[in-house]
Ligand binder design. Structure first.
Ligand SMILES: [Zn+2]
Length: 371
């Protein structure tokens, strides 16, 4: 049912790659799809940039998705472009989706944040904490679209940091999902159960591709979050979090897994397979923990003399926008006994070959001079 990897590469939108994705990067794509999709400006950001929505399909089930509500979270934007290419590919299975569903997508809700590569908008407001107050134009645009479109399902599309692992394992949380709570007690209403079932469906497919690399996000209730607010209105909502895949800081692999998740969800909705799923399986997906560093230096006392024997140093990258590209600048996050932590890149200073490679990493070595 879902495209194989070679097939995926044939529909992947290759004009948009990497982490820095702004309005200008998707203009060509939006122009290209105009014959098959309806593209419309639905409002303007704080700094006056257009916020566009794509409408595709003619079916009775309405699905609303939005990406880059946090400007520096572009992986899901790339995935929705792939999704549109797939839906426009005239395959029998995509024609079925388009007959059953009408899909509205905002690819970049926060174009100012995207341009500045920040989470927040141009007024430094986190739009995912503005769902009740709706103090920002971007928040009002999303809410107006929600009220007008009256979706049956909402997909809230984000990136998560590299720090997350799955449960008690050393597997990175390449994808995380959340069926947001709609009340303080995190009760399971029919609406929330519906969100959980969609997550169960996507998890089953993704486990075949990335076994053990799917996590469940913390479900603490916060009415200021958009997903929680939409869930409160009785609209099943799913939060997608694109995370780290080994050696994939551009998040091109994760993009593909998000695409697969989106397609799975739409196929389950279009043939109403959702009703047959068991929502309680949602809780079998392990919760995320924050146990990863980008760089973990074990037995760091060898090169950092003020540390105790066996201590480690954990570094995280600060993603920095420089001349239109994202630099990953290492910064020390923790030092000490870091048992139970993992590194996407690990160097054990007791191993000569590791030490040699580490010593060539001049930016890191410079930071270690504080010890
Ligand atoms: Zn986010």
């Amino acid at each position: 049912m879902l495209p194989e990897q070679s097939e995926y590469l044939s529909i992947k939108e290759n004009s948009v790659l990497g982490r820095y994705v702004v309005n200008g990067n998707i203009d060509g794509f939006l122009e290209k799809i105009k014959g098959k999709c309806d593209v419309k400006i639905v409002g303007r950001s704080v700094l006056g940039l257009p916020i566009r929505r794509i409408l595709v399909g003619t079916g009775p089930t309405r699905v609303l998705m939005w990406s880059q509500m946090h400007g520096n979270e572009s992986t899901t934007t790339k995935a929705v472009l792939d999704l549109i290419n797939y839906l426009n590919s005239d395959r029998p299975e995509t024609l079925t989706v388009l007959k059953s569903c009408t899909i509205t997508i905002i690819p970049i809700l926060n174009p100012d944040g995207a341009a500045a590569y920040t989470r927040v908008n141009a007024n430094s407001v986190d739009l995912n904490r503005d769902a009740q107050q709706r103090s920002q134009p971007e928040s009002r645009i999303l809410r107006n679209l929600f009220d007008e479109f009256q979706p049956d399902y909402c997909f809230n599309l984000h990136d998560q940091r590299t720090i997350y692992n799955v449960g008690d394992t050393s597997k990175p949380a390449t994808i995380s999902f959340l069926a947001p709570a709609h009340d303080e007690s995190r009760s399971i209403s029919p609406t929330r159960a519906e969100s959980m079932k969609l997550v169960v469906a996507m998890n089953k497919i993704l486990q075949k591709e990335i076994p053990g690399q799917v996590g469940r996000y913390d479900d603490a209730f916060n009415a200021n979050c958009v997903g929680d607010t939409f869930q409160m209105t009785g609209t099943p909502t799913v939060l997608f979090e694109a995370g780290h895949y080994p050696d994939d800081y551009d998040r091109e692999r994760t993009r593909e897994y998000i695409f697969q998740g989106l397609m799975t969800a739409l196929h389950f909705i279009d043939v109403d397979k959702v009703s047959k799923l068991n929502p309680s399986e949602y809780f079998l997906i392990p919760e995320n923990q924050k146990r990863y560093f980008d760089i973990l230096i074990q037995n760091a006392h060898i090169i950092a003399p003020s540390l105790k024997k066996g201590d480690a140093i954990g570094l995280l990258y600060v993603e920095t926008l420089t001349n239109g590209t994202i630099d990953f600048v290492p910064k020390i996050d923790k030092a000490g006994s870091l048992d139970g932590y993992y590194g996407h890149n690990t160097y054990n200073c007791l191993i000569d070959s590791d030490l040699k490679v580490l010593k060539r990493h001049s930016a890191v070595i410079k930071l270690l001079s504080v010890f």
